[in-house]
Design a binder for this molecule. Sequence first.
Ligand SMILES: N=C(N)NCCCC(=O)O
Ligand SMILES: [Zn+2]
Ligand SMILES: [Zn+2]
Length: 317
Amino acid sequence: MTEPRGPVDSSRVPRFAGPATFARLPRLDEVGHADVAVVGVPFDSGVSYRPGARFGPSAVREASRLLRPYHPGLDISPFAAQQVADGGDVACNPFAIDEAVTTIEEAASGLGADGTRLVTIGGDHTIALPLLRAAARRHGPVALLHFDAHLDTWDTYFGAEYTHGTPFRRAVEEGLLDTEAVSHVGTRGPLYGKSDLDEDKRLGFGIVTSADVMRRGVDEVVDALRQRIGDRPLYVSIDIDVLDPAHAPGTGTPEAGGLTSRELLEILRGLAGANLIGADVVEVAPAYDHAEITAVAASHVAYDLVTLMAARPREGA
Ligand SMILES: N=C(N)NCCCC(=O)O
Ligand SMILES: [Zn+2]
Ligand SMILES: [Zn+2]
């Protein structure tokens, strides 16, 4: 096996020079095959409030220039342990949600066909549905860990089925999820009614609210989540609005009282060893950001997801 090709060496080429790829990694077409690909989906036609997440992938790539190759928390160099590459952006139709959903599903299936695991940068949360379709096509129903201020199990908006508030209800309806192991983390804020919670529970979801994380602490939350997930194939979907608006102002539907970026990163690190088959980081909308606060947080979250994948290489890889 040839050595993985790593990022551009920032001691030779200043990290602020050259076009941005995620963490200054090679493009997928430069390496041919990757164990993990970071892929952008610049799609935000499914939002119910502020638009702009279509600019998320390029903002996260820009903010990822400062990432370094060794992860001390997990004691691993993720880009040396496996080939990680930037898979570019999925070009999807911004004027036709149904068509875009199909395009994303096909692109994710194609990229993952030879076992490449994807860390996808959104885009709004609509994109989780086609990404879960592609994951379930390969692995069968998957466990889901969903970090978000919102439930995203609502039914429709203005009659539309595919929106950023509805992907996980569709995913349950389509049998994409192992409903023994589906959890929201970081939920908070006003709902339309109590029935939102009843319906979410009926769909099978467990909830660790943002306040639970504060009261129970990271370690206890991690233990509970790990027990529920076991060794099932796991998909992790991270809506950056799970973070408090102080930690992530650049997003479309901000809610007060969220996690700190430290809490989120530590919960992720607590998942080391889990059977992580795919992940996304969505809802970064740079027009509302300041000093790249949100894009930096998202780039670190994506780096931790890539590192979790390196910490447990794919079987047979
Ligand atoms: N997935 C995100 N970010 N937001 C969903 C909010 C749906 C609503 O407007 O009620
Ligand atoms: Zn959200
Ligand atoms: Zn969401």
